[in-house]
Design a protein around this ligand. Structure first.
Ligand SMILES: Cc1cc2nc3c(=O)[nH]c(=O)nc-3n(C[C@H](O)[C@H](O)[C@H](O)COP(=O)(O)OP(=O)(O)OC[C@H]3O[C@@H](n4cnc5c(N)ncnc54)[C@H](O)[C@@H]3O)c2cc1C
Length: 174
């Protein structure tokens, strides 16, 4: 494994990393016990939905490598099989699935544990003014209210949610 990566990074000058911006897999946070000070169980459930795994069949990266621009910089597919996937034929769909399961990592953008949703959605926690349904004088203003992860970074949208919360509170009290 160490040899694989040292060889890859020694030769590498152009890398492509596909990023799944709209994952279909859903994780969960559940209570570990009745003790409120216990850490919760956090299960990100990455790649549980088969469509998410299909995304990492990086055929489109291979197509990009075939372009003149990429050829002009000498870019080519790294041709050594990943140690954990040697049982698959390199370049096959199963090989890419195997590689994704071994190498895919998170960009740390979890959202949606208190999602904003209409009353018709039983999983909704806050309304469109960030108020927790069924509880008075309680709002949530962070990334947890995003119903779906944004197609990009989450820090700026989280700041926007905070700004909107401030506006809602002012509307109610000024
Ligand atoms: C390693 C990493 C890298 C990232 N890189 C980027 C990036 O490059 N660009 C980008 O846009 N986003 C990035 N993100 C995502 C971004 O940081 C988050 O989406 C964003 O910070 C979410 O904001 P938040 O307010 O929901 O939660 P947080 O920023 O986590 O804020 C939660 C706050 O609550 C406080 N808190 C927790 N428990 C309690 C308690 N019991 N009482 C009082 N306070 C409490 C915490 O101390 C913390 O200040 C990254 C995240 C990680 C983890």
């Amino acid at each position: 494994m160490e040899e694989y990566f040292s060889d890859l990074f020694y030769h590498d000058s152009v890398t492509m990393g596909p990023t799944l911006l709209r994952p279909k897999s859903r994780g969960s946070i559940t209570l570990r016990s009745t003790d409120p000070f216990d850490q919760p169980n956090i299960d990100p459930n990455f790649l549980a939905d088969p469509e998410d795994l299909e995304f990492f069949q990086v055929g489109f990266c291979v197509e990009i490598l075939e372009t003149n621009a990429m050829k002009s910089v000498g870019a080519k597919l790294y041709d050594k099989p990943f140690p954990g996937c040697r049982h698959q034929q390199m370049g096959s769909d199963d090989y890419w699935r195997c590689l994704a399961r071994h190498l895919a990592s998170t960009v740390y953008h979890p959202v949606g544990t208190c999602k904003m949703a209409p009353d018709s959605d039983p999983m909704g926690v806050v309304d469109n003014k960030l108020r927790v349904k069924g509880v008075t004088n309680l709002r949530v203003a962070d990334a947890s209210i995003m119903p779906l992860v944004t197609s990009g970074n989450t820090n700026a949208p989280s700041i926007m949610i905070g700004e909107r919360a401030a506006d809602f509170i002012k509307e109610d009290h000024l």
